[in-house]
Design a protein around this ligand. Structure first.
Ligand code: SAM
Length: 223
């Protein structure tokens, strides 16, 4: 396979900008509004978003919400946990939901329809409409609080949005948020919210092209 050959898998313009799915050699890339959103060279931290949250959840028949479908790795990892009964995904870009149904997403090549629901919606709206609903809420909608692709996502990382995400959990449920940079300030904001316990800031190093990148996941439990 020519590592530089680019094949466009899908391109769509919508209310939230253009979204482009393409393959470069053996790597699949997602570009949103002209900004590189992700690829699947190393999906360890997208998968860790699910595993780190779920290993902090007790019980079984777990109900999980994933905010941001992307290439499908977080959702697929949650589905692979036998304690998970159902996964809902809230994804802003309707085209991505369509491409998932067409089997174009490398992380989620098949959709287990009995355990997975895909919604084309803003996760902030989905959370606000469903208080007390989930055992785990996994948010990876943007690069993190300090480098946003969509400025409209800023409130999700602020007090009001974090409060809504926590309120969408059952008591004892776990919120996990992915960030492309360590964000102790995000962890501090969660600690300051009433009813939050067990806030942890996990730094996850990834090697790419000979360089080290420190991604982060912040987890918190609804007390
Ligand atoms: C970096 S990707 C997520 C990657 C995903 N964790 C994976 O495993 O492939 C971010 C996704 O969030 C979506 N998104 C951005 N803002 C959103 C919002 N407010 N609500 C729902 N989805 C959103 C983007 O369209 C994109 O699909």
């Amino acid at each position: 396979m020519n590592p530089d050959e680019v094949v466009e898998l899908g391109r769509a313009a919508g209310a939230h900008g253009e979204v482009l799915l393409r393959r470069r050699g053996s790597v699949t890339e997602l570009v949103v509004d002209g900004v590189f959103a992700m690829d699947d060279v190393d999906t360890s931290t997208e998968r860790a978003l699910a595993t780190e949250a779920l290993r902090r959840c007790g019980g079984d028949r777990l109900q999980v919400l994933v905010g941001g479908l992307g290439l499908g790795w977080t959702a697929a990892t949650a589905l692979a946990d036998p304690r998970v009964a159902s996964v809902e995904v809230a994804e802003l870009q309707p085209a991505l939901v369509g491409w998932a149904a067409d089997g174009l997403l490398p992380g989620l090549p098949e959709l287990p329809r009995d355990r997975l629901e895909l919604h084309s919606t803003d996760v902030a709206v989905h959370l606000a409409d469903r208080p007390g609903r989930w055992d785990a809420v996994l948010l990876d909608v943007d690069n993190g609080p300090d480098f946003l692709v969509h400025q409209s996502n800023a409130p999700l990382y602020e007090e009001a949005g974090l409060g809504t995400a926590l309120a969408a959990l059952r008591p004892g449920g776990v919120l996990a948020i992915w960030s492309s940079d360590p964000s102790p300030a995000l962890a501090d904001r969660l600690r300051a919210l009433p009813g939050t316990t067990g806030v942890e800031h996990l730094v996850l190093p990834v090697e790419r092209d000979g360089r080290r990148f420190d991604y982060a996941i912040v987890v918190a439990r609804r007390g």
